[in-house]
Each structure stands twice: as structure tokens, then as C-alpha cells.
Design a protein around this ligand. Structure first.
Ligand SMILES: Nc1nc2c(ncn2[C@@H]2O[C@H](COP(=O)(O)OP(=O)(O)O)[C@@H](O)[C@H]2O)c(=O)[nH]1
Ligand SMILES: [Mg+2]
Length: 426
């Protein structure tokens, strides 16, 4: 027999022996401690099962980070330098990722929160992951005016399927600017307290509204992303989201989106529209020709009708917010001082900016994203849709066709047909 024939025989015998050993070992019953060990090994991320073997986005790095989900995403994390805390558990206890095929956008969830919000934001994250992100594995950026504590980081990073980043907000973006008259601002708060205006006496709420209006998209952790999806504590998602809304926005040239709209409390924004009119005069070049003035005003721009998109949910384009038009707009409002001399909310600020500086068709209403933030629900109109998407909201709670909602006005502004089912569900 030739040398190569002998080698072939050795290889066949070796393969046979290995197969026998494998069959014997896999049929034997593991001891309790053996079971325990393999479970803990899985949790440690050392087992390939946890890292998504068989998934369509295997970990190309070969590392043991457990971050299966970012392997096909743009590598934007490299440039994070400031305020980034490493993932405290290295992805070890995260939800198993079951990624949907297809490309990903350069996008992230973003949440502003306090450490005390940990359990309320956890409920939100769990729903966002269950209904959408466990299939898409987008990152999550958490921002806070204080340092996030270990509990916040551990709990939230365990619940998310994408990478998590935790950032602290600088003092200059969460404090009184030097041109604000502190005494005047204090008197306003006392007066609003007397008049029982919601959050009227709160300093931190004002910093929050100013931060969400003008700064969150400038944070170092946000700079490398193009798209954001804002999530607040204690929200709910009621239907499956089987497609990628970020990609939808990009593919359809949308810049801003909403699910609920309503009228703002006039007491919080008495002079906001004066500021806006001043801006329109000084910066006519920023006003879009085919804008949504009809959504914002009933008299061609003379007065504001208080309609706004509710900004606790937003999917939007960060480059638009970082661009010259929005920057000029925010700076003008900020100089006028209404975040402190009144109580301007980020919702009317974003909405007016989108309504005036974007083209009508750049704003999208996500009828199919079923959502709750106390006290309002958006439950999609159309029974068949709710069945198909496994929705668990009561259509009777839907706010869209209520007299205090501005959503019908959005349809009219855009010449859109009301959704199927409107006639019976309004
Ligand atoms: N870090 C931090 N986050 C805040 C503060 N106040 C509010 N937030 C966050 O800002 C968002 C809006 O606040 P929220 O209390 O939900 O206001 P509401 O929805 O208008 O009633 C939420 O994501 C909060 O977690 C604060 O003082 N510090
Ligand atoms: Mg809220």
C-alpha cells in the first residue's frame, strides 16, 4: 500500500473514533453542577451560542465582548472619547440578539434620564427591545446632568441588545446662560407656582427643555450618529415594528416624525411666537417654501395655534438639528430667554422648527407605531392592522381624532387621506 493510502486509512479511523467519542459524551446525562457550569459559561459570553451563532450577523471581531449586533454597523464608537463609560458588563447579560437581515442606518436611541429613572426607563427599554430593537440591535445613548451610577448602567445595558453609552452633560449646557436675569427668572417661577402651572416652579425642568431643544444632538456621544429615536421613561409600545423606521426615514427623505400631536398650554409660551416671527424676519432664507405653516397657524402666521408634535417620541435626523438653520433658530430663541422667563417646552420648539424649516413631506406621522406616554395613547386606526401587528392597545384610547389632538390638521395640511377605519373609529 502507498504512503498516501495509509494516511487516508488513519484519517478515516480518526474521524470514526472522534464521532464515537462525541456520541457517547453527548448522550450521557450531565450532573447538576455540570449544567450549572454550562449555563454560567453561556452567561459569561464565552459560549458561541450566546454570541449569536447561526445569526446573520456573526461577530467578526473574534473577541469575547458578546456584541454580536454591532458587527455589521458603522464603526462609530471608535471616536467616542469624552464622557463615555465602558459597558459595565461587556454585554454579558444582554438579551440574545436575533438580528433581522439587511443594512443598518447610522442611528441610535437616545434617552435623557436621572439615576432615579432607572426602573421607569427599564420598562420603556424592555418594550422597545421586544417590539423592535431585538431584531435590529441599534445602540442606545443615555445622557444625564449627573454621573450615571452602576445600577443604572448595569440594569439598562442588560436590557438592551445594542451597545450602550453613558454621558454626562456639561455645566454650560445645563445651567443659566449669563444673559439671563436670575431675579426675573425667579419671580416667574414663583408666579407660575401660584398659578399652579405644571412644572412652572421647576428649574431642572427648564434646563431639561432647553437641553432637549438645543443641545442633545451636540453631545460627543451623539456626534457620530445621523439618526436618533428619543425614548422617555414609562412609555409603552403596543404593536410589533417589523421594519426599520430609521431606514424608512432615510429612504423617504424624512427629517422629523411624530406619533402624537396636541395643543400646548398657552401659559408656558406667551411670547414664543413673537420670537419665531422675529426669526422669520431676520432669517427668511431658512424658511422652507413648501412648509407646514397651515399646521401651526390658522391665520397665515400672524398667531400660533399651539399645535405641536409631542417630542417625548421622536425619530429624526441629527444633521438637520446640527445644521445652520436650526442652530440660528435655537440661538435666537435662547437669547430671547423664554426657556427661563417663561417655560418653553422642547416640543413646540422642535415642532415650529420642523413646521417652518422643513418641507411638508419631510415630516412623517408614524401611524403604525403604537405608543403611550402619560396621559395619551396613539393606537393605530384600522382593526386589521392591529391584528396583523399583534397590538395590545385599546382603540378606544386612541387620541388622534380627539378634539385636543392636532393630527387631523396634519392630515389636512398634507392633503392626506385619513387612514382606513377612521370612519368607524373616530
Ligand atoms: N438627567 C435628568 N433628566 C431629566 C431631568 N428632568 C427630566 N429629565 C428627563 O427628561 C425627560 C422629560 O422629563 P419628564 O419628567 O418625562 O417630563 P414630561 O414628560 O414633560 O412630564 C425624561 O426623559 C426625563 O427622564 C433632570 O433633572 N435630569
Ligand atoms: Mg415624560
Amino acid at each position: 500500500m502507498s504512503g498516501s493510502g495509509r494516511y487516508l486509512r488513519y484519517i478515516v479511523i480518526a474521524v470514526f473514533a472522534l464521532a464515537v467519542i462525541f456520541l457517547v459524551s453527548s448522550s450521557s446525562t450531565p450532573s447538576a453542577s455540570g449544567l450549572h457550569q454550562s449555563a454560567s459559561e453561556l452567561l459569561k459570553g464565552s459560549g458561541s451560542i450566546w454570541k449569536g451563532s447561526g445569526s446573520s450577523t456573526p461577530d467578526k471581531s473574534g473577541g469575547t465582548s458578546g456584541d454580536v449586533k454591532d458587527s455589521e454597523l458603522p464603526k462609530h464608537t471608535d471616536s467616542f472619547k469624552d464622557n463615555t463609560s465602558p459597558n459595565p458588563v461587556s454585554g454579558e447579560t444582554r438579551l440574545p440578539a436575533t438580528p433581522a437581515p439587511g443594512e443598518r442606518m447610522n442611528a441610535t436611541f437616545v434617552t435623557l434620564a436621572r439615576n432615579s429613572d432607572v426602573w421607569d426607563i427599564s420598562r420603556s427599554i424592555r418594550q422597545v427591545e421586544d417590539r423592535f430593537n431585538r431584531k435590529f440591535n441599534y445602540d442606545w445613548v443615555f445622557l444625564n446632568d449627573a454621573e450615571f451610577d452602576d445600577t443604572f448602567k448595569k440594569v439598562t445595558s442588560a436590557l438592551t441588545s445594542g451597545k450602550t453609552h453613558y454621558g454626562k452633560i456639561g455645566k454650560e449646557q445645563w445651567g443659566f446662560p449669563e444673559w439671563i436675569d436670575q431675579d426675573k427668572a425667579k419671580k416667574v417661577r414663583e408666579d407660575m407656582h401660584e398659578r399652579k402651572i405644571i412644572y412652572g416652579d421647576s428649574i431642572s425642568y427648564r434646563h431639561m427643555c432647553r437641553y432637549e431643544s438645543g443641545f442633545f444632538f451636540q453631545h460627543d456621544l451623539m456626534k457620530n450618529y445621523e439618526w436618533y429615536w428619543r425614548v422617555e421613561p414609562s412609555i409603552e409600545l403596543f404593536c410589533d415594528i417589523d421594519y426599520d423606521p430609521f431606514k424608512f426615514m432615510a429612504d423617504n427623505k424624512k427629517k422629523y416624525s411624530f406619533v402624537l400631536s396636541l395643543y400646548e398650554y398657552v401659559e408656558t409660551i406667551p411670547t414664543l411666537w413673537d420670537s419665531v416671527k422675529k426669526f422669520m424676519k431676520t432669517h427668511p432664507e431658512h424658511i422652507a417654501e413648501d412648509n407646514s405653516m397651515q399646521f401651526l397657524s390658522d391665520d397665515g402666521g400672524e398667531t400660533y395655534n399651539k399645535c405641536h408634535f409631542w417630542s417625548n417620541f421622536e425619530i429624526g435626523n441629527l444633521n438637520w438639528l446640527r445644521g445652520k438653520a436650526y442652530t440660528d433658530f435655537f440661538n435666537q430663541l435662547d437669547m430671547d430667554g423664554g426657556f427661563f422667563y417663561e417655560r418653553w417646552g422642547d416640543a413646540p420648539v422642535h415642532s415650529i422648527a420642523a413646521g417652518l424649516m422643513l418641507k411638508k413631506d419631510e415630516i412623517h406621522f408614524f401611524n403604525d407605531i403604537a405608543y403611550y406616554h402619560v396621559p395619551f395613547t396613539h393606537c393605530p386606526t384600522g382593526q386589521q392592522y392591529r391584528i396583523d401587528k399583534k397590538c395590545h392597545c385599546d382603540p378606544k384610547d386612541n387620541f388622534d381624532w380627539n378634539g385636543y389632538s392636532c393630527t387631523k390638521r396634519f392630515y389636512e395640511t398634507n392633503g392626506m387621506q385619513l387612514p382606513d377605519g377612521y370612519a368607524v373609529e373616530q
